[in-house]
Design a protein around this ligand. Sequence first.
Ligand code: F6P
Length: 382
Amino acid sequence: MSASPSIRRIGILTGGGDCPGLNAVLRAVTKTAIFQHRIEVFGIEDGLLGLVDDRVRALTARDVSGILTRGGTILGSNNRCNPRRHHVGHDEKGEPIFADVTDRCLATISRHKLDALIVIGGDGTMSAASHLVQRGINVIGVPKTIDNDLVGTEITFGFLTAVDTATDALDRLHSTADSHHRVMVCELMGRNAGWIALSAGVASGSDVILIPEIPFELDVIAAFVDKRMKSGPGFAIVAVAEGATPRGGSQRVVRHDPTSPDPVRLGGIGHWIATEIESRCSVETRTTVLGHIQRGGAPIAADRVLATYFGYMAIQALVDGKKARMIVRQNNEFGDMDLLEVANRQRRVPVDHLLIAAARALGTSFGDTAPHPTVSRTAVVV
Ligand code: F6P
């Protein structure tokens, strides 16, 4: 097949926090572009930072051969770069100084004669990329994040592997909790969305699942745990999303980085809940913070397949003449949506999600007192 007349050279980057499947997308995009359309592919290093600094290298089919199964990204990534507000230093008081370096990105794109960019990222990267769209650059987005919180797509690649990793951790905590008659609290990632905690919590049969979308009450959790300890199996597993909050309270923040486009890093809720359970229920309680283990390692088969679809579809969108779109999956079908609609928005778990209703029916506590929510039958996680 021949190259689309207007698309001869493309740039590709992986932005934001890394996740399993990035390399699988890079492989799918590069091989489809070269083999099917004779489009040249250029890898941009460390996400949008590589555009700012002009770190761009040609990618051949050989470069992406054998990377399907590898975690991380051969291009490197960065979750601190927004060219519109780029951190360039500090003033004499130590306050960060920012500058708009979009023109440097445009110069890099023009220097390498790139006809379009394929941007693999989450909402932060898509937001930053949308400014390039407004400056006339054609960008096709590929939805990435373990958090699964991008609007417009029912799934992002990386999520299923993170759920698998979290489920494995919760399974392991189960057996040690049982042996020692303890409560085990496991803090999981996800930012402001509870998709990982909900899915892994259900998959592992966790007793309590706490997600940001359902504010919890410590009294409810303590009563539930107490009952399990005294008249149940004598141990309990609590899967808590890093963004979960007590009713009327606020999220716990582990660090704040004013130089990052998304300055808040959540964390600490697991330890706090464990301390509260221990003192309220007089039961030995331990905490595991799974952290970046959820982002590392090889993608599971389902994510390799999803990443391959997404990469292939991104090139299809380009050769079909599409502009400023993000590839999505909805109702198990692949399509695309306006990239500008994705920027700065997050898809959270609906509280009437079918999986929440199913878990409640099985006796799982969400730390709240709402027993019979209306159930949406259309929302499915995986
Ligand atoms: O968005 C992915 C994610 O792993 C979140 O789940 C988590 O809150 C955040 O990134 C952690 O970011 P960092 O790698 O900067 O600590």
